[in-house]
Design a protein around this ligand. Structure first.
Ligand SMILES: [Zn+2]
Length: 486
């Protein structure tokens, strides 16, 4: 009789030993903090130049209709005037419209170049919300320590900070050993056809960067539960994008004598099944790597849980999946966005149509999503096909152990010494995906600080960047170029 409790005690003890052993072996992946090299930058003057760039309404639209070309032209002239040394010393070409490609030749042609990306275009301001802005979205104003306006963060902040960094380095007489390319697309917010053209051009010239750096990650403070220090989120992959169109055709008729199922009813049931049967959630790929970089920095019990995902994986996944942000990191998401059918209250529509947007996790693909949709709906009356328009597969996953990632880690710690650097999955899209064929190491990070409430400002109301933080963004690019190309 006493053998059973004894056996249980042994098992519990063994499990406890494994848990503790794994926790103790869960070593930090952070590099030692670096002393920040002194870089003097006139942040106030730089912020004024950023504000000037924000004032151009470089709004992109699907296709060329609606694009105000004078705004892009104006921005180009403004950049030429604001960064005279860059424009005197770097080669600059316009690619397929308003996309810009700069080349700063390195002294050692045997070394692979470095590619820095940003985009010139911005999203429009939703009409009716202009009055909610503290400063008007296109006035280019600085007040209360912030540069305000559409694009201050996404992505003119990065674009102009890159030019500030290069201008400063040129004035200091810095000569890169690696060639440095700067590529600024003009339509990132509507799919990045420009980036695709630049990538094709670079490919035709046999340019294969050592690494590329684009937007998509940030320094997050107070937005990840349990993390006490700032987290430098470095995107090593981004999700794919596909919208699926569902259409049902049935005989229409008078609503006084409805059949048991109508077009609207059939389609509603299908959407309902898709919502209930989501694609599988799992801690894998970049999200697993994120937890392995974050885990060792957590207090003991957090560390124990993350070090023992063989036991606590399900629990951690459920905790993560409880928020929309966490859920997006675990699975291909399902978002019904359009539902149409019917024109008159007493007429049964003969067709109904819905669109469901999927953001595809690395490891899944557009083909797996389509298979899943057909299986989950399981209704032959519904036609399922990819919606015409943007479709992209998930990007490859870049290496978080490459020399370039280490260099990036070191550079970030020079700017923010207490930052914990973690690999990250970008759940939106960036221009970087178009360059995947050119380099294995695509990273998505900017030194912009994102706190609670800041994420909603990007593409929303009151987009802004703190002047002091803008100084950090410039220093980050400056040190990144110095560390990688110097
Ligand atoms: Zn952007």
């Amino acid at each position: 009789m006493r053998k059973v409790p004894f056996a249980v005690a042994i098992v519990v003890l063994l499990v406890a030993l494994v848990l503790v052993a794994k926790t103790l072996a869960y070593g930090s992946k952070q590099l030692p903090a670096e002393a920040a090299p002194s870089v003097s930058i006139d942040t106030a003057a730089a912020a004024a130049r950023l504000a000037g760039a924000v004032a151009f309404r470089t709004i992109s639209f699907q296709g060329t209709a609606g694009v105000d070309t004078t705004q892009f032209q104006g921005l180009h002239t403004y950049l030429q005037q604001s960064f005279p040394t860059v424009h005197a010393r770097l080669g600059r070409e316009r690619v397929a419209g308003f996309n810009l490609l700069y080349r700063w030749p390195g002294s050692d042609t045997a070394l692979q170049p470095v590619l820095l990306l940003a985009h010139q275009d911005v999203v429009p301001v939703e009409s009716g919300t202009e009055g909610r802005w503290t400063e008007p979205p296109f006035a280019g104003r600085i007040s209360a320590g912030y540069v305000w306006g559409r694009g201050a963060v996404d992505d003119k902040g990065n674009l102009v900070a890159i030019l500030e960094a290069v201008e400063t380095l040129l004035q200091q007489g810095f000569q890169p050993r690696r060639t440095v390319y700067l590529a600024f697309g003009a339509d990132e917010e509507v799919g990045g056809a420009g980036a695709r053209q630049i990538a094709a051009l670079l490919g035709s010239r046999n340019v294969h960067p050592e690494f590329l750096m684009d937007e998509g990650g940030a320094i997050a403070q107070g937005v990840v539960p349990g993390a006490r220090t700032p987290l430098a989120l470095v995107g090593i992959a981004e999700k794919g994008y596909m919208s699926v169109e569902l259409t049902v055709h049935v005989p229409g008729g008078h609503s006084s004598m409805p059949p048991p199922e109508t077009a609207v009813g059939i389609l509603s049931a299908a959407i309902n099944r898709l919502q209930r049967q989501q694609l599988r959630a799992a801690i894998r790929g970049p999200t697993a790597q994120m937890l392995d970089y974050l885990g060792p920095e957590l207090p003991f019990f957090g560390r124990l849980a993350l070090a023992n995902r063989w036991l606590f994986g399900g629990l951690i996944a459920r905790r993560l999946a409880a928020t929309p942000q966490g859920n997006a990191m675990l699975r291909t998401t399902t978002a019904p966005t359009i539902f149409q059918g019917g024109v008159k209250d007493n007429v049964l529509p003969s067709t109904a149509r819905a669109v469901v947007n999927f953001r595809i996790l690395p490891g899944d693909s557009s083909a797996t999503v389509l298979r899943h949709v057909r299986r989950a709906i399981a209704d032959a009356r519904i036609e399922v096909r990819p919606l015409e328009g943007p479709l992209s597969e998930p990007s490859p996953i870049s290496d978080a152990n490459s020399p370039s990632f280490r260099l990036l880690q070191r550079t970030i710690r020079e700017i923010v010494p207490d930052a914990v650097v973690v690999p990250w999955l970008v759940v939106g899209g960036t221009d970087a995906r178009h360059y995947a064929a050119l380099t294995r190491d695509s990273y998505r990070f900017s030194a912009a600080r994102i706190g609670p409430g800041d994420l909603e400002r990007i593409h929303g109301t009151n987009e802004r960047v703190a002047v002091a933080n803008y100084g950090e963004m410039i220093r980050f690019y400056l040190l990144l170029i110095r560390n990688s190309a110097g």
